[in-house]
Design a protein around this ligand. Structure first.
Ligand code: SF4
Ligand code: SF4
Length: 347
């Protein structure tokens, strides 16, 4: 990997330069919560000043720029005697600025399923290949447990990754595109002092993690505790609202709907993100529901995150962002559930 530095002023010039011809997406605050704290989202930027580089955590993840909540997979023209199918998965190149290491790692996990599986997803692939990612380091929030999930740093999956070292950003370059973008603007070689500052900042970030989740034996424990009343205890609180999956950077369950015009001229096949916690997730034709109880659905969401994905890809699906814990109105979080499973939860 190559490293350079760029002053904050030149970084501004860089983003403004990119914005002239490209769509740039970054963290912006749009609202405040009941305690007055800003709520951030990744949104299209109209000017550099809208970019909030000191943001904490976006409410939902930038995943939705790759897996939208709803997307048309195909449209059909049913006029005359035959039918024409149109499929579009071209997108304009765009840049996402300010992605956290955990969210970059989340994309790498989604790549395993969407790009590298037996049936790659061409819609996801088009978005992934046409999106430049500029990552950004940050100090962990009180409830971040990405360090426990080994996703607090990123080594792949981005073009540039920046660490704030005071007057400048220390920039890791991970692709030709990233190198070319940086080279168009005034960047500098890394000096001895920059390197020292970088090490100091990284050390400070690492020392600030407060939340740990011990997942060492969790995959085995999931099998051993399959019938445990831990699932009932937490499942009875679950409202089956699906918010946890909607904000999660790695959940990818979906449904398909077909919409036919009343005059039978046109039809659309649409995919929408779904949640395995929703009541009808496992309902099949004929109306039978294989998972009618909330605690069973909650258990299977945890099984996918911490057991099934480990078996398939040798890693957990969860990246430890705790967005689900924040979004859950019933107070259910991975840390609380896993601690309970291990037997360390304070009740
Ligand atoms: S902490 Fe929750 S929202 Fe974040 S990756 Fe894990 S399961 Fe998804
Ligand atoms: S956000 Fe909480 S209450 Fe809603 S489905 Fe997820 S675990 Fe259940």
């Amino acid at each position: 990997m190559l490293f350079k530095t760029i002053t904050k002023e030149n970084f501004r010039n860089m983003i403004e330069g990119i914005m002239e011809n490209n769509e740039v997406i970054g963290p912006k605050s749009r609202d405040r919560d009941t305690k007055g704290a800003k709520i951030y989202r990744f949104l299209k930027l109209n000017s550099f000043d809208e970019l909030e580089m000191d943001y904490t955590r976006s409410y939902s993840s930038p995943k939705n720029y790759f897996l939208p909540f709803k997307e048309d997979l195909a449209t059909y023209d049913l006029r005359d005697t035959g039918w024409e199918q149109e499929i579009r998965y071209t997108i304009h190149p765009r840049i996402i600025v300010g992605m956290r290491a955990c969210d970059i790692n989340a994309l790498l996990k989604l790549d395993q399923v969407m790009l590298k599986s037996q049936y790659p997803n061409p819609y996801y692939s088009a978005r992934r290949r046409n999106t430049v990612i500029i990552g950004l380091d940050h100090e962990p929030l009180e409830d971040c447990f990405c360090r426990s999930m080994n996703t607090d740093t990123a080594f792949h999956g981005f073009d540039l990754f920046m660490t704030d070292i005071g007057e400048k950003y220390f920039v890791a370059i991970n692709s030709d595109t990233g190198y070319m973008i940086l080279n168009r603007f005034d960047s500098c070689e890394v000096g001895e002092e920059d390197q020292l500052l970088y090490k100091e900042v990284r050390g400070r970030i690492e020392s600030k993690f407060k939340t740990q989740v011990d997942i060492t034996i969790v995959p085995e424990l999931m099998d051993l505790e399959f019938e445990s009343d831990v699932w009932k205890r937490w499942g009875d609180k679950c409202l089956s609202c699906g918010s946890c999956a909607m904000v999660c950077p790695t959940c990818y369950c979906y449904g398909i709907e077909e919409d036919i015009d009343l005059n039978f001229d046109k039809a659309t096949k649409r995919r929408f993100l779904y949640s395995c916690n929703l009541l009808d997730f496992a309902t099949v034709a004929g109306g039978h529901n294989f998972r009618p109880e909330a605690h069973i659905r909650l258990k299977y969401r945890y099984y996918h995150q911490f057991r099934g994905f480990v078996e398939a890809f040798n890693q957990s699906l969860c990246v430890g962002c705790n967005r689900c814990g924040k979004a859950c109105l019933a107070g259910i979080s991975p840390k609380a559930v896993i601690d309970d499973l291990i037997g360390t939860e304070k009740r």
